[in-house]
Structure formats: C-alpha cells, structure tokens
Design a protein around this ligand. Structure first.
Ligand code: AHR
Length: 531
C-alpha cells in the first residue's frame, strides 16, 4: 500500500478579508483512502497516584454520585467525549500486578505495595470486575495489559480464560462464583508493558521470544479473537521495532510505541533528538519543568519535542513496512502526552500535574499527526485520564474540573471512524530567536453523512495566521466552528476558576466563493464543520 499522499506545495496569496498574507491549503476528498479509527482517541488509566484510587474509585463516604465506588461525574464527562477504549492496569504497574489479588470478596483481597509508584499500599478493591464495570459504564472497550515481567505464563493464560471463556472450566467456575456469569469478551490484550525498561529490562530478542511463548497460551475463545499488542519501542528506538517485527511479526495485532513530550532541551539543538523522547530515566525524575510556569523559550522547545512524534511514527512505519507492506500490524501509541514536574507539594511518585493551553496545543497537534498517519496508527492512548500526567480530568475531593486537553478531545471526536482527507499546505514558520517550527498543523475527515471536519492548530503564540482553503470534491455551503484558546499559553483551569480555557464558538471562518477563509488566532485549536 502506498504512503498517504500529503502533497506539499508552497504558495502565499494576498487576500483582502483577513489582511496580509494568506497561506494556501487544500483538502482533497478525492484522495481519501483510509479511515481514522476511533481507537486513536483512546485513554490510559494506571494504578498510579490518584488515577484509580481517589480518582475513578472513591471512598464510599464521598458525597458524589457513584455506582458502587465509581464516580459518575467522571464517567459522564468521559462519555461525552466518547472514549473508545481504556488501557489498564498499567504502565509499569502491569508487570507488577497479579490479577488474582483483585478478584473475590473485597474484604478477603490482599493488600499490596505499589512499588512501581510511590510505595503506597493498595487494598485491591479495584480489580478485574471493577475495571470492566467501569468500561461498561463508559461504553468503552477495555484494553488489558498482562504481566509478563513478574507473572507466569499460566497466570496470563488463566486471566484470558477468566475474561473470555463461556464453557465449563476452572476459570469460568471462579468467575461465576465471583458474580459474573457471562464472559466479558475482552479483545485488546497487551503482552507486557515497556519490557525494555520497567517491565523487565529485556533485550528485543529476549522479549520477542517471551512474547511468542506467552501469547501462545493466551487463547482465542469462541466469540472473541484477541488482538495481541506487543511492547513497542521507546521513542525513536528503531532497532527495537526491527527485531520485534522480524521475530514476532504477524503473531501480534499491534506494536505499542511510547513517546512522552518533555519540556526540556536547549533552544539551539545540541544533538539530534535531544530533549524529546524518554530515554532510560527514573520515572519520578524531577526538573522536567513546571506545568504552568514556563517561558516562551521553554514553550518553543516543548512544542519542538511534541512535533517529533511525526518523524518517529514515520521512522517506525518505514521499518514495519519492510516486514508488513500491507500495513496489517497496527502501530499503537499506547502512551503519549506531556510529562512535567508534579504540582508543588504533591507526592513526586503520583505524577499529578496541571494542564495548560500549551498541553491543549500539544494534544491538537498530536491528534492531527495521528489522523494523518491513520494507515498505520490505528490505536493510541493519552497518558492518563484522571489526576496523572496530561490528564483530561482533575479532582480534589468531590470537586472535578475539565482540563484544556479534555476540550480538544471533545472538539476532535468528529473524526472518530471518519474517512481521512489529505490536507496539503506549507506552514509558515513560528520563529523564536532565529529558530523555527511549523506554526500550523491540520487534519481533515469526512463522516458517514458527508460532513467534512477540519481541525487546525496554530502553535504560534504571537501571530494570527490567515488560511485560504480549497476543498476538492466536497459539497458544502456553510461553515461553523469552535475554538479553544486563551490569553496566555500558561492559562489553565483551576478548582476556583474552572472555565478559563474552554471551547467557544468560532467566527473566524468565512466562505468566499468556493474558498474557505480562516483567520487562525495565535495559540489556538480550531474545529470547522462544513456542510
Ligand atoms: O504513564 C506513566 C509511566 O510511563 C507508565 O507506567 C510507563 O509505562 C511509562 O514509563
């Protein structure tokens, strides 16, 4: 299959309606070939800090609407953005987790120490049944990650039998004794997590051999074919991809790339790749940079690191295509997002960070990149939904706020399972002290009713950019839009001021003949609907 054709052509037209120069952009419905899987818009929830315990799963006495101990205000918010899948129980925690600790009567479950994250004691009150109840409430597909690092082949095999078998068997009997008659039919199943690091420090060769063994005993039971997801590379580690593609190949459904954006580096790059990715690092490494208190220079560096995911996806796709030219194996971006310092005064092992307009610009940009690579990227999970890293939702006791990143997922849900339309343009530069980044990124899709959606991000914090968009083979007569922006890139929502960064109606798009003129405000995410 050919690569997505994103033709780039340089053009700058002079248009009157929005002043100065206008950048030419073309959206081509005639060149549509791939679907943007809704699973690109997935999420990740780990037993980490206050994501599960005191996030989704709260004290029975807390005064919030609940089902069992699951907070329904969180469920409602996530349902509004139609989250398509939820990855659990980790992350690093997955390779420490023994699932049998989390089933049966809660008062009999053992307490454990979460040595992956903060050495806190967990009572295992949230386990398999509770997670799958959460998924049912959310109307989302579970993606369960099995323990390869410290668990046995039998343990993983039994978990799948417990989840998916409907016949007479020891695990079916146990599940029924624990109150669940029918199997859940879990499809997405990870064979370990980051086994190059916290999941066992394995070489790709050793991991691949383990994958072959463990996955042999994770069986397909009637009615459910597993989509097995292998530990993928850390950032730009193409050597990992090469070996696992060679040694695992189509035994896997997907390969799970992890890439975090760090707000660090130097304005003038010192070495190739400096500042982005994760490298081998202690998970609670301080000095990443504050989530809300940063300079424009740090902003520029952070956005450059975020944009690197495009070249990283291309690099892995190239390796994968050598072994899988039909693009049957999915690149899953199972963990992505910005990783900053924790909020002052909070437990460094809990990874609780605020979420600013900068994070929303990263989310909009990254999702545009995923959409444009939807021939290979078929699933992704933002890290993490509640109270951890680039969260959608922050809670404080019974209070809950939606972050700027949440609003981006709300605006972009129009792309779920829509046909991707190639977008062609050459971005003007965002310039800081002689360094440049492409200011504009975009993606487009056409839904099953023929409506076209265009999402555009202007990362330039200082300049409005005018676009002149041609829509090839699109019938449209009206345009409406939404915008997410604020006065400062550092702006964020707090429990006292929860509506500082929220979605507003966008009036900057106008039809002029067959052309769509758009005035993209500085530091903004815009979603346009054309009918
Ligand atoms: O999301 C936090 C951690 O980052 C995950 O546990 C791990 O997989 C990654 O290193």
């Amino acid at each position: 299959m050919k690569k997505i054709l994103v033709t780039v052509f340089l053009s700058a037209l002079t248009l009157g309606s929005y002043g100065q120069q206008s950048v030419a952009m073309a959206v081509d419905a005639g060149a549509s070939r791939y679907t943007i899987s809704r699973h690109i818009y997935g999420h990740f929830s780990e037993h980490l800090g206050r994501c599960i315990y005191d996030g989704y799963w709260v004290d029975p006495k807390m005064q919030v609407p609940k089902q069992d101990r699951i907070r329904l205000d969180i469920v409602d918010a996530l349902k509004r953005i139609k989250i398509p899948n939820l990855r659990w129980p980790g992350g690093c925690f997955a390779d420490y987790y023994h699932w049998m600790d989390g089933i049966g009567p809660r008062e009999k479950r053992p307490t454990i120490i979460n040595t992956a994250w903060g050495n806190v004691t967990e009572d295992n009150s949230f386990g398999t049944h509770e997670f799958l109840m959460l998924c049912e409430l959310l109307g989302t597909e579970p993606f369960i990650v099995g323990n390869m690092g410290s668990g046995t082949v039998k343990e993983m095999s039994d978990w799948v039998e417990y989840l998916n078998f409907d016949g007479v068997s020891p695990m079916t009997k146990l599940r029924k004794e624990n109150g669940r008659d029918k199997p859940w039919g879990v499809t997405y199943f990870g064979i370990g997590n980051e086994n190059w690091g916290c999941g066992g420090n394995m070489t790709p060769e050793f991991y691949s051999m383990n994958f072959r063994q463990y996955s042999t005993f994770t069986r397909n039971y009637p009615g459910t074919t597993l989509r097995k997801i292998a530990t993928g590379p850390n950032g730009a580690n193409y050597a990992w991809t090469e070996v696992v593609m060679r040694d695992i190949g189509n035994r896997m459904w997907g390969l799970d790339l992890h890439y975090y954006t760090r707000p660090r580096g130097t304005l003038i790059p010192q070495t190739q790749g400096q500042g982005g990715g994760q490298g081998q690092r202690p998970p609670q490494m301080p000095g990443q940079g504050s989530a809300t208190n940063f300079t424009e220079e740090t902003y520029f560096i952070t956005m450059r690191n975020a944009l690197r995911i495009d070249e990283i996806i291309k690099g892995h796709d190239e390796v994968m295509t050598k072994y899988d030219p039909q693009k049957r194996i999915a690149l899953v971006v199972g963990e992505w997002g910005i990783w900053t310092d924790v909020e002052p005064g909070t437990n460094p092992g809990f990874l609780y960070q605020q979420n600013s307009l900068r994070d929303a610009l990263i989310a909009g940009t990254t999702l545009n990149i995923f959409n444009n690579h939807c021939d290979r990227v078929k699933m992704a999970q933002l890290a993490q939904t509640v109270n951890v890293l680039q969260a959608l939702i922050l809670t404080e006791g019974p209070k809950m706020i939606l972050t700027p990143t949440y609003h981006v997922f709300d605006m972009y849900k129009v792309h779920h399972d829509a046909k991707m339309l190639p977008v062609s343009f050459t971005s003007p530069d965002y310039v800081l002290q002689g360094q440049t980044l492409p200011a504009i990124n975009a993606s487009a899709s056409q839904d099953s009713t023929g409506v076209v959606h265009l999402t555009i991000v202007n990362i330039d914090p200082n300049n409005t950019i005018n676009l002149s968009v041609t829509l090839n083979q699109v019938k449209w007569s009206s345009v409406t839009g939404q915008v997410l922006t604020s006065d400062r890139i550092q702006d964020h929502n707090t429990f006292d001021k929860p509506n500082t960064v929220v979605v507003k109606k966008f009036d900057g798009a106008k039809r002029q003949g067959n052309i769509l003129n758009v005035a993209m405000p500085s530091k903004s995410v815009v979603m346009l609907e054309l009918k």
